[in-house]
Write a protein that binds this ligand. Structure first.
Ligand code: CO
Length: 506
């Protein structure tokens, strides 16, 4: 490896080390930190984030990138370099450009504003008071537009923000995918509504934390989460965080009267963790920007695949249901597998995105995508957001919004300045279904394997085709390589249609 490249790897690793220390502070804050430590912790986090940013914008990085021929226009650099070296230059150039284009002032103002807006949002949601939140949202929008102007002067601001989470995507490219998806989801929902609703009342029977924890532990083992490289804890909202290449933490939550919450969160976060633990674009690039996910949506495709395609699938429960019943005994003694499978796949339009099933989830995302695009562009005024939200909920989901707390105030994302993030969730479902279909061609007996407890074959396939490449490919390139064609929502739609035809008997 050329000397300049070796130095770049070294500089990049230093940046990641600082970022991982910050992640440890953040993990601790969500899982075990005493309440009164919050002010000091936010100072500690701010300092660490500042250090990570300083490491990321060192002029030496820019000089070395230029020396190796990597520019903003042609980030891959010198064609003489090896493929993985060029991929590394591309991801590093992307990160360097992003981090250096934002002034320290703007970064600081963003951090300060979001930390002030957070409690204002929590209060507004609790008191169902959109008017008190509106000026804060206005401020965040102003900052988001400024960020977009710094990062992509002359480009449509929403395109610039989308590209932060899903490299290469634009409002138009996502709108095209979503417009097909929308019609198909509404059709499937119509068929489901024509059938009798499934009974899921037994899912609400009380199961204590001890038994739920045993189920989560068992599921992590079945999914082959290597516990010498990670662990499970409890937090208010489940998440995954990476503290190093051999240290990935996940969390879940135990609701006494609804065990599916902890079961499927654990499987979802395990899916994220398996991806993180499988990122391996060659030993020379361990611990660098190249050993990162291809995008947020690709990340989400991994969690959704384990949660939904495996974890809410027939094959898995054919082989594992008896063990689940044992673990929660005596609560579900005598319960039938088919009844359980139907219950965990119940479809019902609801107001809250995070409670949504596989069919209506996409409609929640389409709603947010359309509204946030309009907010950023100024086509929709902040004061008109509640009305627009409620009208779209009626149009897409066919239900009335109870109040703004259950409507436009429900999600944390906008108050956290995460405009452009929402589409990743739905794109993740689409990628998952397309990958799943490609996998089934390579492993035609996958159902029998999963039923027999062999999830390792699926994991090995994912590792080989998706995980190990890390950030070597843009998401669009990756899906082409793995499946032979561009992202196409029809795979997800036919997956849903097959599944729900069986669950609802239409
Ligand atoms: Co996720």
């Amino acid at each position: 490896m050329r000397e300049e490249l070796e130095r770049l790897v070294e500089l990049d690793r230093e940046k990641k080390i600082v970022a991982h220390i910050g992640a440890l502070l953040g993990w601790d804050q969500e899982t075990g930190m005493p309440e009164k430590a919050v002010d000091e912790r936010s100072e500690q986090l701010a300092m660490i984030q500042g250090l990570a940013h300083a490491k990321a914008v060192r002029p030496e990085i820019g000089e070395l990138l230029s020396k190796l021929g990597s520019t903003s226009e042609s980030p891959l650099g010198d064609p003489e370099l090896a493929a993985d070296e060029r991929a590394f230059l591309r991801v590093l150039r992307r990160a360097y450009d992003r981090d250096t284009k934002l002034s320290a002032d703007l970064v600081e103002e963003m951090a300060r504003t979001t930390s002030l807006v957070q409690p204002a949002w929590v209060k507004a949601r609790k008191e169902d008071d959109f008017a008190s939140f509106a000026p804060h949202l206005e401020k965040i929008l102003g900052l988001e537009r400024r960020v977009a102007t710094c990062l992509g002067p002359g480009k449509p601001p929403y395109d610039v923000l989308l590209d932060l989470y899903e490299p290469g995507s634009t409002e138009a490219s996502i709108a095209q995918v979503f417009s097909r998806l929308r019609g198909d989801l509404v059709k499937i929902l119509g068929k489901i509504k024509s059938r009798a609703q499934v009974d899921d009342s037994f899912l609400h029977e009380a199961i204590g934390e001890g038994r739920q924890r045993a189920v989560s532990d068992w599921l992590m083992d079945v999914l082959a989460f290597d516990r010498s490289r990670g662990r499970l804890d409890i937090s208010a909202h489940p998440f995954t965080t990476t503290l190093g290449s051999d240290d990935v933490r996940i969390t879940t939550r135990y609701l006494e009267n609804f065990i599916p919450s902890s079961m499927f969160s654990t499987m979802h976060e395990t899916g994220h963790a398996l991806y993180e633990l499988g990122l391996a674009p060659g030993a020379s690039f361990a611990g660098t920007e190249l050993a990162e996910a291809a995008s947020m949506a690709i990340h989400e495709s991994q969690s959704r695949m384990w949660e939904n395609m495996v974890g809410r699938g027939e094959a898995f429960w054919k082989g594992h249901f008896h063990k689940l019943v044992d673990l929660v005994s005596p609560t579900w003694d005598g319960l039938g597998r088919e009844d359980f499978l139907r219950a965990v796949n119940k479809v019902e339009p609801s107001q809250i995105r995070t409670d949504a099933d596989e069919v209506t989830y996409g409609l929640h995302i389409i709603l947010r995508f359309e509204l946030e695009a309009d907010l950023i562009s100024g086509r929709l005024a902040v004061k008109d957001l509640p009305k627009a939200w409620n009208a779209k909920t009626r149009e897409l989901l066919g239900i009335e919004v109870r109040d703004d707390a259950h409507g436009c105030l429900q999600d944390v994302h906008w108050s956290a300045a995460l405009f452009g993030y929402f589409p990743s969730y739905s794109l993740g479902n689409l990628y998952a279904a397309q990958f799943w279909e490609a996998m089934r061609k390579d492993l035609p007996d996958i159902d029998a394997r999963i039923e027999a407890g062999d999830t390792a074959s699926l994991l090995a396939w994912l590792r080989d085709r998706i995980h190990k490449a890390g950030g070597s490919y843009l998401p669009g390139e990756l899906v082409e390589r793995v499946t032979g064609h561009a992202l196409d929502p029809s795979h997800f739609v036919s997956y849903l249609d097959r599944k729900y035809a069986r669950v609802y008997g239409y």
